[in-house]
Ligand binder design. Structure first.
Ligand code: ATP
Ligand code: MG
Length: 564
């Protein structure tokens, strides 16, 4: 089974405010009409669905405007970064369907960044401060009160250069000195009150090893890396809009390529979390199986869960790009997947909670192959044969011993349609010593093959089933929200956000019975189990002997019903 390859991507993306700016910039000949973006993750965790929004925006703009988009690892924080993350991020960007023009690491620019810091010192625009972080923070002032100047603020350029060189050469301990920009301790922009440029950190870096013991701060490294790559539109999330004056200040003072920063609202999704740091806590404390646990909002978790790149791209397009922070309902993401899989996933039959059916008037030992349509939404998906015989499994809850009138499935004396097969009538049932029903004795009507009765007899219910003898056993995992609450920001101060983790987010069903065409472990595209949702083979835990399926999403939004 495979995805239809001619899947149509949507029309051209909506014209959001960033694309409007780019259109104007191209028209006015700014940056010589060139468009260059970048996606700049810090390799301190796996990418999540929030990053997908940024990826679709940055790479999408490059595609649309005939521009370029780089992948740049913002690896300025040696203690939290790791090559495992570097590899997973590249894998995830590609899986989403994008390819970068150039791959860069901020750490490749450390020498250039150091030289520019020296230039700032020479221009009397940076100085070495020898106070503690705490003192520096305490002198910052507030929105209404100016900050206090450091006693080291007026060191000579020569003294600063010497000290900065010694910082680099490892002559000081962590925290003994920092390099600060010399701007204005009374600026109305707090970010301009002599921000830190470098700190000492004797730590092994995943790429530069022990070459450096001073590391640039985000603000200093980020904008300058944009300039080095001649990024035209540097797109980041809204919380950085207060940093923009500093972004522009560096460019002006260093007289380097005039990249411009634009901010958009980050993605927040209900019932989950959008922070690598918090996701890492779940991984480290083993509250989930790993970064790719199907409950995680990571790209790797969503992939394992059965999400398709197409559905994630469509979702990102639907939510759009704005400057208003808000919450997107998880249902929007799920619906994007449903819409995609409804068109592309083949239908199969699987019984998750089986009860045995014996068709007493069906010849013993006989098996016939019935004709079934693979996907009613897509003729090109073709048809398949499914075995039918005397013993079947159906869902336990498709039978009631004493059903109410409106129950259109099986009960004693009642008749239903077996999908792609025959009408089936329940004659009686067998209970075990505990009073549990273990078998239904039924009869079928051979004249109803294909699901219609020649005498015009109507049945209301159609149920799925699996032929007992040829059924494949599988474990099926059902997932629910990672968080019991909608918004992790609602967790009161002083309480651990992890108390909001939904302990019932995973249900494991054993002994499920699948139609034989599902026996292959290699299928990496989801299928629809009729009436049950969309499922995918768990590529990590499945073996030829023991199949495991994950439910990507149910057919309908069951949460909406519960909430009402
Ligand atoms: P986290 O707090 O999860 O680590 P981050 O912003 O620190 O997120 P980065 O690796 O620095 O993560 O992010 C890379 C890019 O992805 C940045 O441009 C950032 O703005 C963007 N990004 C991160 N989270 C989101 C989100 N929730 N919605 C949209 N864009 C995001
Ligand atoms: Mg970060």
């Amino acid at each position: 089974m495979s995805a239809a390859s001619d899947h149509n991507e949507t029309e051209s993306p909506k014209l959001d405010f960033i694309r409007e700016i780019i259109n104007k910039d191209i028209e006015s000949g700014k940056h010589n009409g060139r468009v260059q973006t970048r996606f700049p993750p810090e390799p301190n965790g796996y990418l999540h669905i929030g990053h997908a929004k940024s990826i679709c925006l940055n790479f999408g703009i490059a595609q649309q405007f005939n521009g370029k988009c780089n992948l740049r690892f913002d690896d300025t924080n040696p203690t939290k970064e790791d090559t495992e993350y570097v590899d997973s991020i590249q894998n995830d960007v590609r899986w989403l369907g994008f390819e970068w023009d150039a791959l860069h690491f901020t750490s490749d620019y450390f020498e250039q960044l150091y030289d520019w810091a020296c230039d700032l010192i020479k221009k009397d625009l940076a100085y070495v401060d020898s106070q503690s972080f705490e003192d520096i923070r305490a002198q910052r002032g507030t929105a209404t009160e100016p900050g206090t100047e450091s006693p080291h603020r007026n060191r000579s350029a020569d003294e600063n250069l010497t000290l900065f060189k010694k910082m680099r050469d490892g002559e000081f301990k962590d925290g003994e000195h920092v390099l600060r920009a010399k701007i204005d301790m009374a600026s109305k922009h707090l970010i301009l009150r002599d921000p830190l440029l470098y700190r000492i950190r004797h730590a092994e870096h995943h790429r530069t090893g022990d070459k450096w013991c001073i590391y640039p701060m985000y603000d200093y490294a980020h904008g300058q890396s944009d300039s080095i790559e001649e990024v035209t539109h540097s797109i980041c999330t809204l919380e950085f809009d207060t940093h923009r004056p500093l972004y522009d200040w560096f460019i002006e003072k260093l007289e380097i390529y005039p990249s411009k920063q634009y901010e958009f609202a980050r993605l927040n999704l209900t019932h989950t979390i959008m922070s690598k740091r918090k996701l890492l806590e779940l991984v480290e404390e083993k509250m989930v199986e790993g970064w790719d646990d199907p409950r995680m909002p990571t790209i790797s978790g969503l992939r394992r869960r059965g999400y398709t790149p197409e559905s994630i791209r469509k979702f990102c397009e639907e939510i759009g790009i704005t400057r208003f922070n808000g919450m997107t309902d998880m249902v929007v993401l799920e619906n994007a997947l449903r819409a995609d899989l409804n068109k592309r996933a083949e239908r199969r039959m699987a019984v998750l909670d089986p009860i045995k059916v014996v068709i007493t008037n069906y010849p013993e030992g006989q098996v016939e192959q019935l004709d079934a349509v693979n996907n009613p939404e897509d003729e090109s998906a073709g048809r398949r044969k499914i075995p039918f015989g005397r013993e079947l499994y159906i869902e336990r809850d498709d039978f009631m011993e004493d059903p109410p009138k409106k129950f259109f499935r099986l009960g004693p004396g009642r008749e239903v349609r077996l999908r792609w097969a025959y009408f089936l009538k329940c004659e009686d049932f067998v209970k075990d010593e505990n009073g549990e029903i273990v078998q239904l004795n039924c009869t079928y009507d051979p004249a109803t093959k294909g699901g219609n009765s020649p005498d015009g007899r109507k049945v209301k219910g159609t149920i799925h089933w699996v032929h007992a003898e040829s059924a494949v056993d599988a474990e099926v995992r059902l997932y629910d929200h990672l968080l019991k609450i909608e918004n992790v920001a609602d967790v009161p101060d002083g309480t651990d956000w992890k108390d909001s983790i939904n302990e019932e987010s995973l249900t494991v069903l054993k002994g499920c019975k699948l139609e034989p065409s599902l026996s292959e472990t290699g299928n990496d595209f989801p299928v629809q189990f009729e009436r049950k949702g969309y499922f995918i083979v768990d590529q990590k835990d499945s073996t030829a002997e023991a199949l495991v399926f994950n439910r990507a999403v149910s057919l309908r939004d069951s949460w909406a019903k519960k909430a009402r």
